[in-house]
Design a protein. Sequence first.
Length: 164
Amino acid sequence: METSEAITSLVNIAALFFVGAQVLLARRAIRNTTAAQQDEWSRLRKQATIDASISTAQYRESLKADLPWNDRDPGEVAEFLRAAAGDPEKLAPVRQYLNHLEDVAVGVKQKVLDIDTLSMLSGSRIVDTVDNYASHIENVRKQLKRPQIYIELEELANRLRTLN
């Protein structure tokens, strides 16, 4: 082997080592970028959940004139539903509120919203709302002949029960 061949081989080996090191560094950078992207997506889901929770609170506040003030009280909700029975105008705000919560539930299911953050902010309220309006939900299903209506909301409430 001549000196020039030895030098060429040494340069080729050094180049391969350099390329290998660059590949390893690129893989590490991609891994770090992916982790950072996942962290950012998680932060955005949490922020969207906080925004949705604030929106829900404001929406509930706007419906207080029409809905029971304390929707966590089963007796108060039951009395409201008895008094409003058969009156679509009085029951419309309930449907609107449940529809809003169903939208939130779909957001959680699609991983747009973060269930842990939602649980901390309003998990028990959602569970109580589903429990206290269960008879109304069943009536709506029968009336509309749609047994799947509010199913996402009920599934969300069941998941929140395990977190609280």
